[in-house]
Design a protein around this ligand. Structure first.
Ligand SMILES: Nc1ncnc2c1ncn2[C@@H]1O[C@H](COP(=O)(O)OP(=O)(O)OP(=O)(O)O)[C@@H](O)[C@H]1O
Ligand SMILES: [Mg+2]
Length: 331
């Protein structure tokens, strides 16, 4: 008698659980495009419920055909197998969706970066071509001024004015070059970085060592500009935050991969904790990500830092083909 009460309670609990699960499955049928999975689950639950009822009846002495029980078992098993097959298709669909979303995000990022670079370059051009000639003609006018009848004080003022105009001309050239480095556009990444480093060396005491196996290789302008900006930000960070005495960087191109190795011997930091402290590091991550590349940074307090950026120099079309191939292999 006790066994029978226990059995009835277990059956009642199982029935309630299955009814709730069936309710969820019905809700999911309305919500998702992949109805087949949920319909199969509903059928599976219904069949299982029917089995419970048969069990309860057989417990109460009713004679129930074994064949019916086995048929229900087969139907339930078939439903589960089919639901798993459809669930696999759902996983593939979600995979595809995620891939498309990441492609979309990368496209947006690339468009933002391109617009940013274009406006930098326009501004640099305006500054260089607009302010440059004005300052040069002011300098020329000053040079044309007769100095014979000037007093010493007037000559000194003139000298100072020339000096200020020369400085302004130099600054305009430097600012416009920093905003959109002409040498990068004309001679490529390796030369662009070399010239950037030589400019920094004149202003700082830090020893910057640069090695590369590249000569005149040219890449997509997005790649060149992004790698150049990454180097700029890493060097800027080392000079600003690390107190280092040596910076080493190497740029190599081999087997279709463009690789940047960067390290300093400064005070080090915890990259994960500092990632959101400023814009620099997180910008590097999203810039490299927009090129489908990888960026790793490791550092220990007191032991400097080391960063690697690797970018595959293949066209987006080839990338998509590669992904498609991998996807079909997985399927
Ligand atoms: N080479 C480094 N050595 C020591 N600390 C570093 C180094 N690079 C970055 N950091 C630390 O990580 C933090 C985040 O760097 P990040 O470049 O993101 O921002 P930032 O340089 O402070 O500001 P921003 O780059 O936006 O001008 C820095 O504030 C600094 O504390
Ligand atoms: Mg920074």
């Amino acid at each position: 008698m006790q066994l029978s009460v226990g059995f009835s309670i277990i059956m009642a609990i199982l029935t309630i659980i299955q009814l709730v699960a069936m309710g969820f499955a019905v809700h999911l049928v309305r919500r998702t495009k992949y109805n087949a999975i949920w319909i199969l689950c509903i059928v599976g639950f219904a069949v299982s419920l029917a089995q419970h009822i048969i069990l309860i009846f057989s417990r109460h002495g009713y004679n129930i055909d074994n064949g019916l029980y086995i048929t229900l078992d087969i139907v339930a098993s078939l439903c589960i197998v089919l639901a798993v097959i459809f669930a696999n298709r759902l996983v593939n669909y979600i995979d595809r969706l995620n891939y498309q979303r990441s492609l979309f995000n990368k496209r947006i990022m690339t468009a933002v970066l391109r617009t940013e670079e274009r406006s930098r370059s326009n501004f640099a051009k305006e500054l260089h071509d607009g302010m440059g000639p004005l300052l040069s003609s002011a300098r020329l006018s000053l040079s044309a001024l007769p100095t014979d009848n000037l007093t010493d004080e007037q000559k000194e003022i003139l000298q100072n004015t020339r000096y200020v105009i020369d400085e302004a001309i130099r600054s305009v050239r430097e600012i416009s070059n920093n905003m959109s480095p002409q040498i990068l556009m004309d001679f490529g990444l390796a030369q662009g970085i070399k010239s950037f480093i030589s400019r920094i060396l004149t202003l700082n005491k830090v020893d910057i060592r640069f090695a590369t196996n590249m000569r005149k290789e040219r890449f997509d302008s997005d790649i060149e500009v992004i790698m150049y900006r990454v180097v700029g930000e890493l060097i800027n960070n080392s000079l600003k935050h690390s107190g280092c005495t040596v910076i080493s960087l190497s740029l190599s191109f081999e087997g279709g991969l463009l690789k940047l190795d960067y390290s300093d011997n400064g005070r080090g930091f915890r990259p994960k904790a500092m990632m959101d402290c400023g814009m620099g590091l997180s910008n590097i991550v999203s810039r490299i990500d927009s090129l489908n590349g990888t960026f790793d940074i490791t550092s220990q307090k007191g032991h400097g830092m080391h960063a690697t950026a690797i970018v595959s120099v293949t066209s987006p079309l080839e990338e998509a083909k590669k992904h498609h191939k991998n996807g079909s292999k997985r399927a």
